[in-house]
Each structure stands twice: as C-alpha cells, then as structure tokens.
Ligand binder design. Sequence first.
Ligand code: GLC
Length: 745
Amino acid sequence: MIQTKCKRRGARRLMFTLGMWCLIFVAGGLNAQAAWRTLDKVRVTRLTLGDRQAFQLDFTNGGHGQVFFITPDVVRVRINPRGALGDEKSYAVEDRGTASQAARFTGTDAAPELVSSSGVRVRINLSPYHITIYDRENRIVCEDDGARPAMFDSSTGEFEANLKRTSETETYYGFGEKALPVSRHGQRMVNWNTDTYAYPAGLDPIYQTIPFYIALDKGKAYGLFFDNTFRSFFDTGKTDERRLSFGAAGGELNYYVFTGGTARSPKKVVSDYADLTGRAPAPPVWALGYQQSRWGYYPEARVRKLAADIRRYQVPCDVVYLDIDYMDGYRVFTWDKTRFPNPKNLMSDLRAQGLRTVIIIDPGIKVDPNYSIYTDGKQGNHYVKDASGRELNMNVWAGASAFPDFTDPKARAWFGSQFKVHLDEGVAGFWTDMNEPATFLPDVLDEPRIFHHPGKTFPLDTPHAGDGRPDTHRRYHNVYGMQMARATYEGLKRLRPDERPFVLTRAGYAGVQRYSAVWTGDNVASWDHLALTIPMLTNLSVSGVPLIGADIGGFSGEPPPELYTRWMQAAALTPMMRSHVETGKLDREPWIHGEPFASINRKAIELRYQMLPLLVSLFEEHTRTGAPVMRPLWFEYPQDSRTYLIEDEYLVGGDILVAPVVRPNQVKRRVYFPKGAAWLDWWTGKRYEGGTEAEVDAPLTHLPLFARVGATLPIQPIVQHTGEMKDSDVRRVKVDERAVFPLTR
Ligand code: GLC
C-alpha cells in the first residue's frame, strides 16, 4: 500500500518535473535567448581566512558563491550564478558587519557543515545543491527546496531560488510597504518602486522596496533579507503552497538569514536586521507632534490663517507643510514671490506660534536656461544622461526636467548643499517626493490612474554612476529615492551638524530608515484604506522603518466626517501623525466638519500629546535595540498564535494596545487581548485578561485603548506644541488595578 502510494507520488513528481521543464522550454521558446539552468551541483571548499571560516561554492555550471556567518545568529549566502563574486557595495547594509565570523567546520565531505559559536548550523547538500539551516536545538530554521534547486537564466540574468515552507501555517510579515493584509502568505509580490496614485488595496508594487521578511510558525521566527536592488519578487506559497520563492531580474542571489537567537524570537530577528541595515536616528521631538498638511496651502495669508486657526481651536500641532505650490513654477529651491513674498518672515512668525514648516522637494529640476539651479547642476555634470549620453529630460510637475544622479556622491553633495538657502530662511524639514523616480506619461496628464507602465520612470537602460559601480537604471531604480533622501539628510547634517534632520520620503529601499521617515503615499479616503493603514504600517515597521505614517483622511477623495474622525483616532498613536489631502478637496483640518467632530478630533490629538514622552522614549529604545515603535501583536506575543492574523489592533511599544474602529457605523468592537499579559481600559480602568476576546464600547467619541498591567508609562499634561513640554511635568504612571488616565491640560 505504502509502496503504491510512493509510486504514485513518484509518478506525480515525474509528471510535475516534466511539466516544469515543458513550461521552461515553452518560455524559452518565446525568447530564443533564454537559457534557464539550475544551480544543481556544487563543490564546496572550506576557507579559513585568519580566524574566520567560510564555505566557498563552485557550481559545475559556472556559478560561484560563499556561505558564512556574519554574527553567530546570522548566515549570509552570496552566489553569482553567472561567474565569480565581484567586489560588492550594498546600499542597504551599513559598512560594518558583513564579513565572515569565526565558526567551526563539521559534517562530512558529502554534507559539509559550518557551526557558529551560538550553535547555529549550516549544512550544504552537494547534489543537488541545497542549504539547510538549523538552530541550536537542531530544529530546521529554513531550508532550500532540494526538489527545485535555484534556477537562473544565463542570458537575461534573471534567477529564482526556492525554500520549503515549514508548514502550511507559516505566516510572513515585513516586505516593506505593501498594500496587503497583515500576513503576506499566499502572495506573489514584486519589488519595483512605483508612483501609484490612489492605489487600491491589493495593488502591488507601490512606492517602496524592502526585500526583507519575517516568517513565523508556532512561536518560532526567522528572517530573510534578499539584498538585491533589481526588480525582484517573493512568492510566499501562491504559485505552489509548499514553497517560498524569491528572485530578481539580475544581480546576485545575495541574502541573509536571521535565525532569531536562542528564543527564535521576532524581536531578535528584527534587531539583527536593524544591526545590518541601520537604525533610524532619533527624530526631532517636534516631528512627533501633530502635522498639518494639504496640497494647496497658499498664499501666505492662507498659511497665516491656518496657524491662527490651529491655535484658536486649541488643536495641539507642531508642523505645517507646504506642497508644490510654494515654488516658482515648480522649480525646486525657489519661492513663488507673489504667493510668498517673504518666506523668512512667515516662517519666523509661525515658529513664534510653536509651528515648524516642512516643504516638499521633488527630484526633477526644470529645464530652464534662466534657472540657476538647473544651469549649476548641468555645469557640475550632476544630471542623469540617457543611453546615448544626452541629458535625460522627462516630464514632471515643472514640465521637462533633469534629474540628479543620486547614485553619484558628487551629485548628492551638490544637491545636499542646495538646502542651505532654505535652512537659512527657517525651513525645519524636507519632504522628498516623486522619487521612485516618477515621471508623467506624456498623453495622460489628466488621468494618472495608470498604475504600472514602463513609461512612468526612467528608461531601463539609463546609465547611473552607482557609487563607483556604473550600471543602468535596471539595477539602480529601486535605490534612487533612498539616495535622494540620503543626499537630503547628509546635506542637512553637514549644514546643521547639531540638529536632528527631518526628512520624509515616498520611495526607498532597505536601510532608508537611516535617512528618513516614510509615508504610505497617495492613499484613498475610504474605509478600506483606513483599515489598510494598520497592516501596512505594522509591516513597514517590522521592516526596519520606525518613523512612519499614512495621510489621515486619505489623500485622494473626500472622507465623510465619521471616516475622518475614526482615522484621526486610529492615527493618534502611530509614529507619525499627519493629515494631508490632494488639491481641489476640502481642507483636512481637525475642525473642518464642525461639532461634534471638531472636539472629538481634538481629543485624539490631545491623547497623542499626553503620550509624547512615551513616543520619545520608544524612539530612543529603537536607536538602542532596533525595536520598532509601532508593533503588530505577534511581534510581542509570538507564542500566542491567535495574534498572527490580527490586523485591526496595534501596539505602541510593548505596553499600549490600540484597537481603533476602522468600519463605518460601529459603536462597539471586538478586541483580542494577547495571552501573557492583562490589560486595563485606558478610560475606565476595566481589566481584561490576556488570551480572551471581548466586545468593548466604541462610540464615535472614543478610541478603544488599553494599557498593560504592570507597565510604567511616561505621560504628560496636554500641551499645544512640543515647545511647551517640560521634563518636570512628565509623570511616570504605574498601570495597576486602579489606573485611569484622564486628560489634563
Ligand atoms: C504626490 C504626493 C502627494 C503630494 C503631491 C503634490 O502625489 O504623493 O503627497 O501632495 O504629489 O506634490
């Protein structure tokens, strides 16, 4: 019986393999050049360089690679399927920490092994090549799928690797910015930074590329970072539910596996990832206050009225944003002098009211011989050229524009130095937009809802300097935005070494957190989008980026008052809190819908200001440990599998649980309290045991909020802006049986 089953399974496998090869053959037939091969047989050499050990891999079909530990808990695999390993430079990885570590060789010639000082073991199977990684308890962390060795196409540079999924219940998180449900199992995701105005839930890709994920199964986690900047993909069991595949259109099969330490905990995975790609510097405290934006705050009188309204309505607020309308014909680093005759005066008056000004900066520089920034950049040879060597000009807001090559250190330094004028005028922070890079399709200016089109960015053969490794846009597209944010951050740091820069970017790549905050682009004024903010932000958060937010109310469209108010509440404790809206729509100011909404919205913002000392301390914690500020429940409670799919609750640090209402007409909602802690209702002090679910009151006036029993929370009385905060007013309250935290001014 068993034999028959095996035979049947064997026959099925044979059919499947034949089918696969037919498929590959057909695909190959479509492209006469295509030549898919597998990395099937490998020769392994044990290398010892000083006190460090590594495996050298030489594949029979020409590929070469190395496998080693970079820390006792992190394995690195680097394979060039087409030849020798070259020198490398990663935009994601900070310079330290990618070299091999001391480890011990064990195993046999047929199955050589490398064991780290913490007992993590890597075993290599020679034919077919596959790697298995074991934790110190001898459990498999992750393993290549021996039945489907990595494949590559020697003519196009494309490749794909396959891991076995540990089980059908394995869930996956991270992947940077994706408009997808909280766990990304059963998905096929593409990484290609794209300007996607009004993206619907499920659209992929959107603005950012962070090819890092955390896998979780029955309390055990591991992470994988695929450091490859080409167009890449992850398939988490969509095409074949037994496999997790990933690959790219070029470059190396270059990845790190984070084994999660002794506990195999998500916390250790994320902190090791942060060690590799960098932590965000502590932001200026004012950037944690409420931020008021819209596309359309002009002229100066309108901005002055906004500031007066903010204070008149007593809505705590720290930041006012100016969108593209402040510029002279959308020329970056200029002002429209009719709309803003004296920006310096304006910003100093705003500052006197406790309001900082952040302005938008786009990468496109208008082609205009009478515009000194353009001519200066041209003279300095800072612009991207097309494949034929001519300056690449493409249309964005200002019409035909040139684009600095942000992968050229000289261009970055030049661009960074342009911020001097704005800093001297009193601008406090910069919002770098359209840096996917996004360009307009020539004939559809009125209908930007074409989500994916090759004409929406630079041609793929556009050359880039690549920081000494010249290559085309195909390789550097996904890092363009991050390098623009870097040019901005580094410029600000050079110009004001004693200040904490504030940069907010739309596009980015892994490691973007070292330079910038991130917002989730042009979202939509819909209940679906409000609900989407929690899975989007918590996953971005565990992808290493702590300072994040979504446009409150939805950028595109018009939210009914109830939706806007629920959004205010849901965002009250997200790391960044900013209202923003597209041009031509009602203002997104907290008082805009009149009473009772104005008072409820104010209360949400007041709650944030009361909690600011906690947010500040969580950002400090991030700089020490790499832990995110906004956390999905599973991150803190990986042993409680009921947390794995929760996407309408989030944690602030480990001690505050937020359960916003994200659906219309709800006055009650169900809340799950994670096992291993007890929780007190913030407003009433009612106690809930962990591991239980309860229906809680959630009238429109109310954000369901809970504090962990036993925690100590730094909170303060309400202030109107962060300039009014005093250390002496901060109370460290113990969350015990009696705690209720009324808002006080
Ligand atoms: C882009 C940005 C948006 C901004 C607009 C105008 O759509 O994503 O936030 O308001 O451009 O600059």
